[in-house]
Design a protein. Structure first.
Length: 93
C-alpha cells in the first residue's frame, strides 16, 4: 500500500546537525565558525561554552564572514568541544 501525503512515513525529515567549520589559515592558526546551531538561545549557549573553553580565541572577519581564531595546537580541544556539545566538526583546507 503506498504512503499517503499526510502519512508521517512519507515525509522526509531533514535533521540539521549543529556544525563547527574549522579552516587552517596558516601553520599556527585555525579559523572556526558555527553553522546550523539552531535558535538564538542555543547559539548563545554554545558561544558561551566556546568562549569558556577557548579563552584566547579572537573574533576576526575573513572574507566578509566572522570567524573565531584559535591556535592550531588546540585542534584536539576543538574536537573534544564538538564531541561534548553534540556538534559535527567539518575541516576545510
Amino acid at each position: 500500500m503506498p504512503n499517503l501525503p499526510n502519512d508521517p512515513k512519507s515525509v522526509s525529515t531533514r535533521v540539521r546537525v549543529p556544525t563547527v567549520v574549522a579552516r587552517a589559515i596558516d601553520d599556527e592558526h585555525l579559523a572556526v565558525r558555527f553553522a546550523q546551531v539552531g535558535d538564538r538561545n542555543r547559539f548563545n549557549l554554545i558561544l558561551q561554552r566556546f568562549r569558556f573553553d577557548f579563552v584566547l580565541a579572537e573574533c576576526q572577519e575573513l572574507e566578509r564572514l566572522t570567524w573565531w581564531i584559535i591556535g592550531s595546537s588546540q585542534r584536539s580541544e576543538l574536537v573534544e568541544f564538538c564531541r561534548r556539545n553534540g556538534m559535527r566538526l567539518v575541516e576545510k583546507r
